[in-house]
Design a binder for this molecule. Structure first.
Ligand code: PAF
Length: 283
């Protein structure tokens, strides 16, 4: 069934039963469809939001050219069993006079990794997600693990601000060659698309070196990126909650520009001790 498109808080208030929310910025791909399919059985009503959030883009970033693919997005929502598409106007999310009056401070976790590269990004993300939670009032909200730091921060915000919503993460969906699906992949030229596989291959190499400790993981990942001529913004080995890496469960995260788009990817891994037998600092 074609999803109902709603644009206002009043229309959302009329929804009945339990609600699952999948927040998106549109330009939907199979990764989003998987999030929606995962969310479908979690509540009676499945809402997908489509809103290109201006406050999470810094000046000079791609807000203006971010792909807007409305007809295709609606079709994908229908395919995934979405009941309601919430597609607000900017003024609904940012009423005149209230923009920047009150925002969500992401705290220390928001200033490392992506936050170091894009200092205002997570403030914009958390602020819009808090607004979406307030408007849609979901029981559960589903996000992709591809944006791992974003997922960690949204979980933290939901706990810290007592938002009473269960935040669920879903595994990254990949193209056949391993590239993590992303709306920004459509910016890649044919040549860049070939080189973009560097990130997932670097993750594979890093994960395979896990038993030799974090430095070996970073070295293996960097070597693979270098093979493709890709210079990363960061290759980081952390604990699963993005703290200092210690032997055992860990996360490997990579960000790199391949041509115009900046690509992110990450994988879980298991770390052994480093060559000296102790756990070095997370990178
Ligand atoms: O991941 C995204 O698409 C966006 O950051 C989100 C969570 C929809 C907030 O605008």
């Amino acid at each position: 069934m074609t999803p109902r498109v709603v644009r206002t808080a009043a229309e959302l208030r009329a929804l009945e039963g339990t609600i699952a929310l999948v927040p998106t910025m549109g330009a939907l791909h199979d990764g989003h469809v998987q999030l929606m399919k995962h969310a479908r059985p979690l509540a009676e009503t499945l809402v997908a939001s489509i809103f290109v959030n201006p406050t999470q883009f810094a000046a000079g970033e791609d807000f203006g050219e971010y792909p807007r693919t409305w007809d295709d997005d609606l079709q994908r929502c229908e395919e995934a069993g979405v009941d309601v598409v919430f597609a607000p106007e900017v003024a609904t999310m940012y009423p005149a006079g209230l923009v920047d009056q009150v925002t969500v401070d992401p705290g220390p976790l928001g200033s490392i990794l992506e936050g170091e590269q894009r200092p205002t990004h997570f403030r914009g993300v958390l602020t819009v997600v808090a607004k979406l939670f307030g408007l849609v009032r979901p029981d559960v909200a589903v996000f992709g693990e591809k944006d791992y730091q974003q997922l960690a921060l949204i979980r933290l915000m939901a706990d810290a601000l007592c938002l009473d919503v269960e935040v669920v993460g879903c595994p990254t969906v990949r193209e056949a060659d391993g590239l993590a699906m992303s709306s920004r992949n459509r910016y890649l030229t044919a040549d860049e698309r070939v080189r973009a596989v560097a990130l997932s291959q670097a993750l594979d190499a890093g994960v395979a070196a896990g038993s030799d400790g974090p430095e070996a993981v970073r070295a293996a990942a960097l070597a693979r990126l270098t093979d493709f001529g890709v210079v990363p913004d960061y290759v980081a080995v952390t604990s699963p909650d993005l703290g200092q890496a210690v032997p055992g469960a860990a996360r490997l995260l990579i960000a790199a520009r391949v041509g115009k788009p900046r690509l992110l990817d990450n994988r879980a891994l298991t770390l052994g001790p480093d060559a000296l037998g102790h756990a070095p600092e997370g990178s």
